[in-house]
Design a protein around this ligand. Structure first.
Ligand code: HEM
Length: 314
């Protein structure tokens, strides 16, 4: 059966309490490529099998494909804006590109569902892939990031979320798809906690307890919530959809944020990274980066659910 509008993957689904982020590289053999292509046809079925057992668990899986993997796996047309992750900044303030061909963003209300689906996915992929990075993220109190501020407030909702994340007529062959950019950040919690709450609020641009935006007079131009507000050529604000998750290992002194941003083109997310790491204007960079280091970076195309299934036969 064919429908006029392709069914998207679960990009705009509500934010959950648990997530697993798996970044995989493709092993360089023809059999690996065939296994991964076949597996694209199984992603939705595996997610249904695990998810149906706990309907209230809201299990979903979004699968992304990097530019290099796309070229290895498929001939023919490619998503118009798909390219390898571009690095921003330098030295201590660098957004590095790190290896990754396939991204799995697995979300649910409970970690056991994420865990079981990740297990089934890895079993199906077998030795076709190598795990480059694996992170288990958790809900931290009332939607707080690990640095104590509510994260996700200014996300677009409803039709706006779809408008800002779904490819439309600009690339008809790939409509219903999205782009997704991920980065793993580690925080210097001692230095962050040494700041007063008021100083932290000036870094983020919002109040800590009540999550209210600082006024224009109070909010510095290098606040995180100032540099990540961008507009298009008509002066309209351009949003992205974020589903960041805290992660960490207190025993190892590791405290992190897994950043994940969806958009209908990579460019708004890249503009935000430029503002954060280089600065707007250059030098007026995001103070959050004095307390946070990006250790991974990857850009992926998220085909519509229909295209993902069809890719198995390409
Ligand atoms: C170090 C990792 C990060 C942390 C802990 C973090 C945390 C936050 C917090 C607490 C807010 C304010 C509440 C909200 O509206 O969500 C926020 C806003 C925002 N962040 Fe981040 N963020 C991180 C990285 C990034 C990155 C890498 C980007 C984009 C490339 C980004 C884009 C945004 C955007 C677009 C907003 C909303 C701005 C607005 O409309 O007011 N963030 N972030």
């Amino acid at each position: 059966m064919t429908y006029e509008t392709p069914e998207p993957q679960a990009v705009c689904n509500p934010i959950t309490s648990s997530a697993i982020f798996l970044v995989l590289t493709l092993n360089p053999t023809p059999e690996s490529a065939q296994t991964v292509r076949d597996w694209f046809g199984d992603v939705a079925g595996l997610t249904r099998s695990v998810g149906k057992r706990v309907p209230a668990g809201n299990l979903t899986c979004v699968c992304g494909i990097s530019a290099n993997a796309w070229d290895t796996l498929f001939d023919g047309p490619r998503p118009a804006s798909l390219h390898p992750f571009r690095e921003f900044g330098e030295g201590e303030r660098l957004a590095p590109a790190t290896p990754g061909d396939i991204l799995l963003h697995i979300r649910a209300e409970q970690m056991d569902l994420c865990f079981e689906l990740a297990t089934q996915m890895m079993a199906a992929l077998g030795d076709a892939v190598t795990v480059a990075d694996e992170v288990q993220g958790f809900r931290y109190f009332d939607m707080r990031s690990i640095i104590g501020f509510v994260d996700g407030t200014e996300n677009p909702e409803g039709r706006k979320a779809a408008h800002f994340t779904m490819i439309g007529d600009e690339d008809p062959e790939f409509s219903g798809g999205s782009y997704v950019l991920v980065q793993k950040y580690l925080h210097k919690m001692d230095a962050w906690n040494a700041l007063s709450v008021e100083a932290q609020e000036r870094v983020i641009g919002r109040t800590k307890l009540a999550d209210i935006e600082l006024s224009d007079e109070e909010k510095p131009s290098n606040a995180h919530a100032a540099l990540t507000v961008i507009t298009d050529e008509n002066g309209e604000e351009v949003k992205i959809l974020r589903d960041n998750m805290p992660f960490g290992r207190p025993g190892a002194g590791e405290f992190g944020t897994y950043f994940i941003g969806y958009a209908r083109s990579p460019s708004p997310i890249e503009q935000m990274l430029e503002n954060m790491f280089v600065g707007r204007p250059a030098g007026n960079y995001d103070r959050l980066l004095d307390f946070s280091t990006a250790v991974t970076g990857g850009l992926f195309f998220v085909p519509s659910a229909d295209l993902l299934e069809a890719l198995a036969d390409r």
